[in-house]
Ligand binder design. Structure first.
Ligand code: CA
Length: 243
């Protein structure tokens, strides 16, 4: 896509956590193209790892090669390509049947940003000391909270908290949520898998993001905090700062 004109700084980090033996999360970024993506795979055998890797590479390929004139359409094409590739791979190999992945992708271009997501990986914006979650989880418990059937505190400890209601690659098509955003100098964006957000409350995320403008150090601090809080799942973070 070429230079985005924004002065961006970014870093990413993934960690297997304290309990799991495999890391099923994947991430990709191209600062020059303003492209950032996190995927959290699921499925038997090696399915989760394969699904998230396929999805990240499909999204990067489409977003980094595409024309910037219609970013929303480009993001839809990127998610559709990820879905097609994961789904067709799972159809070819019985041991990978049913694999899928979450996806959260941020595209920054010409003073704006666009966000696409499927599943319970999240994007947050930290602006003026305030942390705001920009994505609604496609998960059973988040939907119950939105319907007023469950409190956030109940959702956090529910035995159903890992059930996601939308995934990339488990069916022949998927509908992402896509949002356009106005960006401002000083904004910081956090893309992450649920291995961060299930361990670290939003208030603590805000404290960490407010402490240091250096994306590499922030990624390290976020992962360390998730591991110190249990590290039950794989943890992946991308921090993007707008200069
Ligand atoms: Ca996860």
């Amino acid at each position: 896509m070429g230079p985005t004109q924004e002065k961006l700084k970014a870093a990413a980090l993934t960690d297997v956590g304290n309990v799991r033996t495999h890391n099923e999360d994947s991430y990709g970024l191209s600062i020059d193209d303003g492209v950032f993506v996190v995927c959290d795979g699921m499925g038997g055998a090696a399915g989760g790892e394969i699904a998230s890797k396929i999805a990240v590479s499909a999204v990067k390929e489409v977003l980094c090669a595409g024309a910037p004139n219609d970013p929303e359409r480009l993001l839809r094409a990127a998610v559709a390509s990820a879905n097609e590739r994961v789904f067709s791979r799972s159809e070819q190999d019985q041991s990978l049947h049913g694999m899928g992945t979450t996806l959260v992708a941020l595209l920054v271009h010409s003073g704006r940003a666009w966000l696409a997501h499927v599943g319970d990986s999240r994007c947050y914006r930290f602006r003026g000391g305030v942390l705001e979650r920009l994505t609604e989880d496609h998960s059973f418990v988040d939907e119950q909270v939105r319907l007023g059937q469950m409190t956030p505190a109940e959702a956090a400890v529910s035995p159903f908290r890992n059930i996601i209601t939308r995934a990339v690659g488990t069916r022949d098509a998927v509908e992402p949520d896509i949002t356009g955003l106005a960006i401002e100098p000083g904004d910081m964006y956090l893309l992450c898998s649920d291995g961060l957000t299930k361990e670290v409350p939003d208030g603590r995320l805000a404290e960490i993001l407010g402490g240091d403008g250096n994306p590499e150090r922030l990624c390290g601090q976020l992962v360390d905090e998730a591991k110190a809080s249990g590290g039950h799942d794989n943890i992946t973070v991308i921090v993007v700062g707008v200069g």
